[in-house]
Design a binder for this molecule. Structure first.
Ligand SMILES: Cc1cc2nc3c(=O)[nH]c(=O)nc-3n(C[C@H](O)[C@H](O)[C@H](O)COP(=O)(O)OP(=O)(O)OC[C@H]3O[C@@H](n4cnc5c(N)ncnc54)[C@H](O)[C@@H]3O)c2cc1C
Length: 432
């Protein structure tokens, strides 16, 4: 039997692929709910993800898996905007970006060239400068943007996005991450912008289909793996704690599909990648506040981003509830936000919504739920690829130990469901 530690999408995908290859599998999930960061809340209609999720057309692995499991993915045009000084500036179409008053015509041209991956430094266009991301792995992002675009592009376009995503760690992020993100984007229609994907009925439907395919009898929830015994140079058992007590399960191989601190606790393998936490609220209102899906807040606000989910997926799917995500990444656990309890976060953030939108009516709040997790995204700092955890840990830990968690190669340059599935498959494919 192969033991899989973690019932997030990476662990479930690993189990699914192992079974296809003829192996017996058992998935152990510490919490009562499967899905990890892709777990959902109930609404008046379809369930909604606790943390915002969408797909891009370049993410082939998850799209293939959805098709294999008979789960439909729908594609919808997204709407992005910047909120500055009480005004919302749409930023999807070329003429909207041209109309953004904080960028000059020349700034917009340089931004357009960079996102089209054309290097126009020196007045001569070059099309291959950005082909090899590793060339930019050690280049600080600010230095890169000032050299390859303009100060205006840095200060009024990228810097606010970097503040929201990496906060006090923004100076550590590599230019390779930014270029990876630029390449990662999906197809763009000049007139209508970019399409994003969403599983019809929510990502919970994909999880359900995957759980059914793996078989509930092969998955144990409320089962925390506390030890991995590899004292003879190869893994031979996992110790699992449940409400019924502690049990030892013999295994032929083990895949750790959880954050690298779990791998370190189980095997001693140290991963140097720093992770950031996230506090993420889902707010259900009776009213719509904007016409935008993804609102980047350039003004000071107590949260980093406001996502009006029901401007992407219609509110009719949620029994008419207008759903919003409010989220902030957390770099240090002594930050004020991380110290607040859920009620305090809710009050702070609702006050923030009232400051941004004078027409916000507190009476229209149906409910708000806060999720928080101390490790939700790597800090993609310079030299990141040297710190990635290999799939096969036979040399570093012991024979038959594999790693499919967020510190693996497939989760670069951005962590995603697609990357998690790819990591799960990669480990499963290595097991004979
Ligand atoms: C705010 C936010 C926004 C995101 N947006 C997107 C997006 O738009 N598109 C996208 O594709 N992806 C997005 N992601 C990323 C995506 O959610 C993750 O990449 C993916 O869910 C990671 O899956 P995983 O299985 O590797 O890890 P996890 O989901 O973390 O699963 C690991 C599981 O292991 C369990 N576990 C831990 N320790 C043990 C133990 N000792 N024993 C047993 N079980 C254990 C945990 O309980 C957990 O269920 C987002 C994530 C966040 C936080």
């Amino acid at each position: 039997m192969i033991g899989v530690v973690g019932g997030g999408i990476a662990g479930l995908a690993a189990a699914y692929r192992l079974q296809q290859r003829g192996h017996e599998v058992e998935v152990f999930e510490a919490s009562e709910q499967l899905g990890g960061l892709a777990a959902t809340y109930e609404t008046a209609g379809d369930p909604v993800e606790q943390y915002y999720h969408h797909l891009s057309k370049s993410e082939g692995t998850i799209l293939e898996l959805a098709a294999e499991l008979g789960v439909d993915v729908e594609w919808r045009y997204k709407s992005d905007a910047f909120y500055v000084d009480g005004r919302i500036y749409p930023m999807d179409k070329p003429w909207e970006i041209l109309a953004y008053p904080y960028l000059s015509l020349y700034d917009t041209f340089r931004l357009g060239m960079l996102v089209s991956e054309i290097d126009v430094r020196g007045g001569r266009p070059r099309f291959d400068t950005y082909d090899d991301l590793e060339d930019f792995e050690d280049v600080p992002i600010r230095e890169f943007l000032l050299e390859h675009t303009t100060r205006g592009v840095y200060e009024y376009f990228w810097e606010p996005l970097l503040d929201a995503k990496f906060g006090s760690r923004k100076a550590d992020v590599s230019a390779a991450w930014l270029l990876g993100r630029v390449k990662f984007r999906g197809e763009r229609d000049l007139l209508r912008g970019e399409q994003l994907g969403y599983v019809e009925g929510g990502f919970g439907r994909l999880l359900e289909a995957l759980i059914e395919a793996v078989g509930r009898e092969n998955i144990t929830t409320g089962a925390r793996v506390t030890e991995l015994d590899a004292s003879d140079g190869a893994v031979d058992s996992l110790t699992v704690e449940t409400d019924d007590g502690t049990a030892t399960r013999d295994v032929d191989a083990a895949i750790v599909a959880a954050m690298p601190n779990v791998l370190e606790d189980l095997t001693g393998y140290p991963c140097k990648i720093d992770f950031q936490g996230t506090v993420c609220g889902v707010l259900s209102l009776e009213q719509s506040l904007t016409d935008t899906y993804w609102l980047n807040l350039i003004d000071d606000a107590p949260f980093g981003v406001l996502i009006e989910h029901t401007n992407f997926i219609p509110e009719q799917r949620y029994g008419g509830e207008h759903l919003y995500y409010l989220a902030s990444y957390v770099q240090e656990y002594d930050e004020q936000l991380w110290q607040l309890d859920d009620d305090e976060v809710e009050q702070l953030w609702l006050d923030g919504v009232a400051d941004l939108f004078p027409h916000f009516d507190r009476e229209s709040v149906n409910w708000m739920k806060i999720a928080r997790n101390p490790r939700t995204a790597p800090v993609y700092e310079r030299g990141y690829l040297d710190m990635v955890v290999p799939y096969d840990l036979s040399e570093e830990v012991a024979e038959d130990v594999y790693y499919a968690g967020m510190a693996s190669r497939a989760q670069y340059p951005e962590r995603s469901l697609d990357g998690a599935i790819e990591a799960g498959y990669a480990c499963a494919n290595l097991i004979e």
